[in-house]
Design a protein around this ligand. Structure first.
Ligand SMILES: Cc1cc2nc3c(=O)[nH]c(=O)nc-3n(C[C@H](O)[C@H](O)[C@H](O)COP(=O)(O)OP(=O)(O)OC[C@H]3O[C@@H](n4cnc5c(N)ncnc54)[C@H](O)[C@@H]3O)c2cc1C
Length: 300
């Protein structure tokens, strides 16, 4: 009986705020004794592995209405932070306007996890597999800090995350304008290499969003790479080398070198840094070759 009582007292309190401001107030009040919970798929693995301790207070963000929608608004796709990964994967507007994100989400965990996990949880994780795609798409993040809303570039959040107890409310994706001529085109590529073929944590993840001009030169390109515990980052040296040029074998060799320099993987017990650097460079260059150098009939 005494054991049972102790067990009950150890259970966390679950708080159900009605809006983001209330969620922030709760976090401010409890400090490290509370954590925001969305789908709880990541938190659960951390608690079970002992890499984090379940605190006495859980702030359930799913109780806040209006955070799970996906809509087009003023030239942007606005994805609520509580949108489940599988709902994002199946959403027609995302499939049509942000296929790169949909491709990334398809490669996260299995369906049962994606049915519960949220896009916001993947962003706050920082090394989630959606992040390279969000960087390549130039996404922006809406945060509520308890007094109001603030928007920040995803690259800024990855570079210098704020420690303030704010709530991520939405992810904004610019909708790319149509290519200016029928010969110009927008393309994307996403590759995740893990320790096995499917349902695997990533070792290296790369995402590319590009637009080519009618003359075959690259008019716009963003390349991002992450994987494992590596916080994803734009490969700016490679982007600068490609911009305004029509890729050929010599340019792609220079891009390969640039990625070997730009991509600095966090240590991983399952694969050497040198393997992961080479893999990132190979994946990017292979995707660029397929998109820009292979004869049009082979591209399909
Ligand atoms: C079997 C399994 C396989 C997995 N495979 C992958 C994989 O292949 N790739 C991958 O990227 N991930 C993977 N994950 C991790 C996880 O499922 C995803 O990253 C998921 O998107 C996390 O979302 P969530 O809603 O469950 O987050 P939660 O676990 O609820 O939260 C994660 C973190 O984000 C914070 N948080 C959540 N939402 C907000 C918000 N709106 N504002 C502020 N803070 C917030 C929480 O406090 C917590 O620190 C896997 C997990 C499991 C269990």
């Amino acid at each position: 009986m005494a054991m049972e009582q102790k067990e009950i007292l150890r259970r966390p309190s679950v708080w159900q705020p009605r809006d983001p401001a209330e969620a922030v107030r709760l976090k401010e009040a409890f400090g490290p004794d509370a954590v925001y919970v969305a789908g709880s798929t990541l938190l659960r693995t951390q608690w079970e592995a002992g890499t984090a301790v379940m605190p006495p207070h859980l702030i359930d963000l799913a109780s806040i209405p209006g955070l799970a929608g996906i809509a087009e608004q003023d030239g942007e796709l606005v994805v609520g932070s509580l949108a489940r990964l599988d709902d994002c994967r199946a959403h027609p507007a995302l499939a049509d306007k942000a296929p790169l994100l949909v491709e990334a989400i398809k490669q996260i965990a299995g369906r049962s996890v994606r049915n519960q996990a949220t896009i916001g949880g993947n962003v706050v994780y920082r090394v989630g597999d959606a992040m390279p795609a969000l960087l390549a798409l130039d996404a922006r993040l809406d945060w509520h800090d308890g007094t109001g809303s603030r928007t920040e570039d995803v690259s800024e959040w990855l570079r210098a995350p704020s420690a303030a107890p704010r709530v991520l409310t939405a992810i904004r994706l610019p909708i790319a304008e149509d290519a200016p001529t029928s010969n110009a085109r927008r393309t994307f590529a996403y590759h995740k290499v893990g320790r096995r073929e499917a349902f695997t944590p990533s070792l290296v993840t790369v995402a590319i969003a590009a637009a080519s001009a009618a003359d075959g030169s690259i008019a716009d390109i963003r390349i991002a790479a992450g994987g494992g515990q590596t916080v994803p980052k734009r490969m700016t040296r490679a982007e600068d080398a490609l911009l305004g040029k029509a890729p050929d074998a010599r340019l792609l060799a220079a891009v390969h070198e640039a990625i070997l320099e730009d991509y600095v993987p966090a240590p991983d017990p399952f694969a050497a840094d040198s393997y992961r650097k080479k893999t990132a460079a190979n994946l990017v260059v292979a995707a660029l070759w397929k998109t820009f150098c292979r004869p049009a009939e082979a591209r399909g």
